[in-house]
Design a protein around this ligand. Structure first.
Ligand code: 4AZ
Length: 834
């Protein structure tokens, strides 16, 4: 029994009793008698000695109690391990724990482990027993657990002793020979669960094994439970585990519920491939591959939270087959290669070597478009890619380049026994040493970028080298530090130059100058001259020639009047003769005007009153949405896509939180159910075209400071490239990471659609808008989907977009893609009347 759990922290001993008597003896010294004498006298001396003795024994007793009992208090420690038994033939019956063969060998191993521990004076005292859990091929691999009751004060030294590789000393002839023993302490979160379920499964050629959390998909997984699946494949195969759904409680360091995948049948930390919790969308699938024919999957849950769980499929893959093969000779002038299983997780214990050989007189350039290796430690001792003798590890910026000085290059990939990641995707090209970037600009990082991107105000190289030594043209701000930035960014409150040049002399236009909406000063003569001199059209507004002939680009008032003014709605100026352009209610007003989202910061409570959190009923946040009226929300169609598990297309599957700030304080928000969901009929689940949906609340909501709609832009509303817009949400704060507890916000800019389409490999449609920071680091991410892209108009916020998709999160030159809301203005009106 665990003494900790028994509640019996200290074992009473006879010496304690003596001590108690000594203490109770004290009042017996009669003070009144002492008073009668002037000096101490004989009796006084005796009493003094007795009191001193008592005090001394009390102190000694306390010290004994502290050092002996308190420090000696024992805790249960469970160690798990694996070893080769080199002098034993493998029998198929060892896979069945109930077979006589299994039981006989297990008994022998357990006895020999006991014998081995008994030879260690430190371990023998605390050893309880050992259990063999499984065997696998090689000669025979044994997986076991050993239990110890260890004094708290010795926990770490026993851990050290156990983790050192052990070998059995040569036993009596006929004894088992243990080799390469690996041991580690079992994660205490695993063995303290009240219920334990263990499953075993075997893959066969073309025969998958289903691994799913208990109750999936009908019920949430049970609390306080440990479930383990021991997976085996045929010899000479490895196991591929593909999660089709993964939806667990999300917590920092996965401290509540988690799944661990091991490259072993023992829960050895040194063989732990990954620990995962939270939600993984089908766009970001989890898939692992083992290094041998065994794998252990563990689900541990705590007492709280109801989550659906996961479903995965285990299949076997022949060692050396195409899926896991890597390395080789690469020739020609260009080509590509990836880490094994890319973009899914690479297997542990893998070594690959590619030799790239390009035509003589040419050199080699390798470009890593994606690079994600586990753990970034100095000198990359664990998983690494080695190029030209240099080791690379961790997560590198997209398009990291390495070049050779000859026509050959060797690239090595190596993974150790634990913690895997998605790996890398690389291309190689041959280049002339004298002309490394034909018809392109060469960044300091050796990357080549298109010449148009030079001096355009954007850090396309990632190291700003494309923006140095520029001659700025008149449409650009000449920053003091030599950078050029679009004039549009002048005086917009953001330090775009990096030395604040673009934010200087902002409010001080001369008396004969006009102050543009963006702070730029222009001559008064340029106002209303028909040219957009301010670059934000503010010099052409309010020019007394409001009514014009309608074109598709004009704002149309309710009375049919057409305006030339750009974005006339809700700007505080009545432009329509019927005033309909100012018929805006309280939309888009931020009550608290302070200024996961990746690269953002916590929002102030109530700062984004139109932000909504969409939860699967009784479960966690999955998507964002925006309030557009007292009964209608706008979200992304992909959030409500038909699916057999959660029925996300049905209104009854959802609950929505309005006025929410902290996901841990749902009670402070207004909760609503849904009456109906209207996904756009042309939503395309493959291209994410028309990714927009409407949700009608079951009950209207009363607006207040923390709950308010965002203004809907008219079909002609313009969000020009370079305009600052805000993303908000509770999504992941890094790619593949967990969602935020507190609402996050980040400022990004609208990106030119042509540039964006090129960056996104032609996947953009006119129903999509791009926004981001091309240098990377700031972006919407998983869990932000459906939420708003809010744009500041004149004093009000407009819904520029709906978070839709992206190539990962916050990657360089990979902006976030948003549904272009003005394109859907008529559809929203038709369906909601708003
Ligand atoms: C997502 O999975 C997601 N970086 C949303 C936005 C982006 C990427 C992924 C944009 O919901």
């Amino acid at each position: 029994m665990d003494p900790m759990n028994s509640g019996m922290r200290y074992t009473p001993k006879s010496s304690d009793k003596d001590w108690d008597q000594a203490v109770t003896f004290l009042p017996a010294s009669d003070g009144s008698k002492l008073e009668k004498k002037k000096g101490p006298g004989k009796l006084g001396t005796i009493i003094g000695v007795v009191i001193a003795a008592c005090a001394l024994s009390l102190i000694i007793g306390l010290l004994v109690w502290h050092f002996h009992f308190r420090q000696g208090h024992k805790i249960k420690k469970l160690y798990t391990g694996s070893m080769h038994i080199t002098n034993q033939e493998y029998l198929p019956a060892y896979e069945d724990n109930n077979s006589t063969e299994f039981q006989a060998l297990a008994k022998e191993v357990e006895a020999q482990l006991k014998d081995m521990y008994s030879k260690s004076p430190q371990l023998s005292k605390y050893y309880v027993d050992s259990t063999v859990n499984a065997f696998s091929q090689g000669s025979v691999m044994a997986y076991y657990e050993s239990e110890f009751h260890v004094p708290l004060s010795l926990e770490s030294s026993i851990n050290d002793l156990m983790s050192k590789s052990q070998r059995s000393s040569p036993g009596p002839s006929g004894a088992l020979i243990f080799d390469t023993m690996e041991t580690s302490a079992v994660d205490s979160r695993i063995f303290t669960k009240s219920s334990v379920q263990r499953f075993t499964a075997r893959t066969r050629p073309n025969q998958a094994v289903l691994v799913k959390s208990p109750g999936f998909p009908d019920y949430p997984y049970p609390p306080n439970t440990l479930v383990q699946w021991q997976l085996r494949a045929d010899p000479n195969n490895v196991i591929k585990l593909d999660f089709s759904t993964f939806y667990l409680e999300n917590a920092q360091d996965c401290k509540n519920d988690f799944v661990k995948v091991y490259d072993s049948l023992a829960a050895l930390e040194s063989r732990m491939m990954a620990e995962k919790c939270g939600y993984y969308s089908p766009n970001d699938p989890l898939s692992f591959i083992s290094s041998s024919n065994v794998m252990l999957v563990t689900l541990a849950t705590n007492e709280k939270g109801e989550y659906p769980g996961f479903r995965a499929q285990a299949t076997q893959v022949m060692k050396g087959s195409r899926e896991v093969a890597c390395g080789g000779l690469l020739t020609g002038t260009s080509g590509s290669f990836t880490s094994p299983n890319y973009p899914k997780y690479y297997p542990p214990l893998t070594n690959c070597e590619w030799t790239i050989e390009v035509p003589v007189n040419m050199n080699v350039k390798v470009i890593f478009s994606k690079f994600m290796l586990s753990k970034n430690e100095p000198n990359c001792p664990k998983d690494y890619v080695q190029v030209n003798g240099e080791r690379l590890c961790g997560t590198l910026q997209a398009n990291t380049v390495r070049t050779s000085n000859t026509n050959k290059m060797t690239v090595v990939f190596s993974s150790d026994s634990s913690l895997v990641d998605r790996g890398f995707d690389a291309t190689y090209v041959a280049f002339e040493p004298t002309n490394p970037c034909p018809d392109k600009f060469q960044c300091s990082s050796k990357r080549c970028i298109s010449l148009e991107l030079r001096c355009d105000g954007w850090n396309d190289c990632g190291d700003n080298s494309d923006e140095r030594n520029c001659k700025c043209d008149t449409s650009m701000i000449s920053c003091k530090n030599g950078l050029c930035k679009p004039m549009f960014w002048k005086c917009d409150g953001v330090d775009d130059c990096g030395d604040r040049t673009d934010e200087m002399d902002c409010a001080s236009c001369k008396p004969d100058e006009f102050v543009c909406g963006n702070g730029k000063c222009i001559s008064m003569k340029q106002k209303c001259d028909g040219h957009n001199d301010c670059s934000d059209n503010s010099d052409e507004a309010d020019c007394g020639r409001a009514s014009i002939q309608c074109t598709v680009n004009n704002y149309v008032c309710k009375n049919g009047q057409c305006l030339s003014k750009v974005n006339p709605e809700c700007d505080g100026v009545k432009d329509c003769t019927d005033g309909s352009d100012e018929d805006c209610g309280d939309c888009g007003k931020q009550p608290y005007k302070t200024s996961r989202i990746v690269g953002g910061q916590e929002a102030t409570e109530g700062e984004w009153p139109w932000q909504v959190s969409l939860h699967i009923k009784n479960s966690i946040h999955v998507c964002g949405a925006s309030i557009i009226s007292d009964r209608w929300l706008v979200t992304a169609a992909h959030c409500v896509q038909e699916d057999p598990k959660f029925k996300l297309n049905q209104a009854s599957s959802w609950e929505v939180y309005l006025g929410l700030h902290n996901q841990k304080q749902l009670e402070k928000a207004e909760k609503r159910l849904l009456k109906q969901i209207i996904a756009h009929p042309n939503y395309n689940e493959y291209t994410y075209d028309n990714d927009i949906a409407l949700m009608e609340l079951d009950q209207p909501v009363a607006f207040k400071e923390s709950i308010r709609p965002i203004c809907l832009p008219s079909a002609t509303y313009s969000f020009p490239a370079g305009k600052e817009v805000w993303i908000t949400g509770w999504g992941a704060t890094r790619e593949g990471g967990v969602g935020a507890q507190v609402l996050q916000k980040a400022a990004v800019r609208i990106i030119n659609s042509t540039v964006c389409d090129t960056l996104m490999n032609g996947q953009l449609t006119s129903r999509m808008t791009c926004a981001g920071v091309l240098a990377g680091g700031v972006d919407a991410c998983q869990g932000d989907s459906g939420g708003p892209l809010s744009s500041v108009g004149t004093g009000r916020m407009f819904l520029a977009g709906v978070v839709s998709w992206g190539d990962g999160c916050a990657r360089r030159n990979k902006p976030g893609i948003y549904t272009n809301v003005p394109k859907f203005r008529a559809w929203i009106k038709e369906k909601t009347g708003v």
